[in-house]
Design a protein around this ligand. Structure first.
Ligand code: BJW
Ligand code: ZN
Length: 253
């Protein structure tokens, strides 16, 4: 922890790069955890594809309705709060997230870069026209449900979640901004990502290649160990507040 705190205390330009693990302690399942409830019998990697949506739109839309309801019920945890505290302490800090939830924003992060889109930005699958986010269902049945997607107001095409599925390009502006931030930072903190999904997993590698120190927070080993100067093995909601405290002697608000 001492070495990690020294890196943070010395940093002038910082990127915090997050994955599903930062939201795990808020009760949002990580992507590669066994799914719970109805969805435990589905393979998330198969549902998060354009092919799955074409074949069975109600199954995929229903899965995202369930996930959006889960996120709406969740609250940011001490890890999200610590990330926002880093931003407040170091103006110019950039948060890059692979997460499609809004917990960084709700913890006070100003403009996190969302590499994989958002659960709250549906759009038409045919003409890309933005569509309203459906109101929260009064109650998601415990046994889940299939939900036919709404229809586009402009062309009547099926509305899809505004997320990036396998085989789809990441939003260009977001990816470019993330690469620019990673290539000009002096410290990149990677939190709660398996580092398996590309091109997002390149971001810590870009930072390392351009000479930044890389600090990883994750209870498990990951392929990003190879580019990390320091590994803090533990849950984000414990490790990040302790890191902020050790670097600056203050607890995140
Ligand atoms: C904790 C914790 C706690 C637990 N505290 N930590 C190069 C090589 C090989 C393959 C490819 C390649 N380049 C591209 C590919 C193909 C593919 C890919 O990467 N496949 C791999 C699986 C091999 N990539 C793509 O298809 C991408 N598109 C693309 O390349 O397009 C090319 C193209 C160009 C131009 C035109 C057209 C096409 C798109 C990738 C999109 C990924 N989308 C998803 C779904 C988003 C929507 C949704 O949520 O439903 O994004 S997949 C899923 O994985 C999601 C996540 O953002 C992403 C990363 O997962 P993450 O966040 O790392 O979570 P987990 O669950 O994997 O890990 C959690 C971690 O937390 C673990 O390490 C735990 O230990 C840890 N943890 N508790 C801290 N308390
Ligand atoms: Zn349309």
């Amino acid at each position: 922890m001492r070495e990690a705190a020294a890196l943070l205390a010395q940093a002038r330009r910082i990127v915090v790069f997050t994955g599903a693990g930062v939201s795990a302690e808020s009760g949002v399942p990580t992507f590669r955890d066994a799914l719970t409830g109805l969805w435990r019998s589905f393979d998330a990697q198969r549902l998060a594809t354009p092919e799955a949506f074409r074949e069975d739109p109600a199954l995929v839309w229903g899965w995202y309705e369930w996930r959006r309801a889960t996120v709406r019920r969740a609250r940011p945890n001490a890890g999200h709060v610590a990330v926002a505290a880093i931003e407040a302490r170091l103006p110019g800090a950039v948060v890059v997230t692979q997460n499609v939830d809004d917990l960084h924003e709700r913890a006070g992060s100003v403009a996190p870069i969302h590499l994989h889109g958002s659960l709250f930005a549906p759009r038409c699958s045919a003409c890309s026209h933005p569509a309203p986010t459906p109101d929260e269902a009064a109650e998601e049945p415990g046994d889940g449900r299939r939900v036919p997607p709404p229809r586009c107001a402009r062309c009547a095409g099926p509305v899809r979640p505004g997320v990036v599925w396998f085989g789809e390009a990441l939003p260009t502006a977001a990816l470019e901004a993330a690469v620019e931030a990673a290539s000009t930072c002096d410290l990149l903190v990677t939190v709660g990502t398996s580092g398996l999904v590309y091109p997002a997993a390149e971001i810590p590698q870009v930072a390392a290649r351009f000479g930044a120190a890389v600090l990883q927070v994750n209870p498990q080993e990951t392929p990003l160990d190879a580019v990390s100067d320091v590994n803090l093995r533990g849950p984000a909601a414990q490790v990040l507040p302790a890191l902020v405290h050790a670097a600056w002697g203050a607890d995140p608000a």
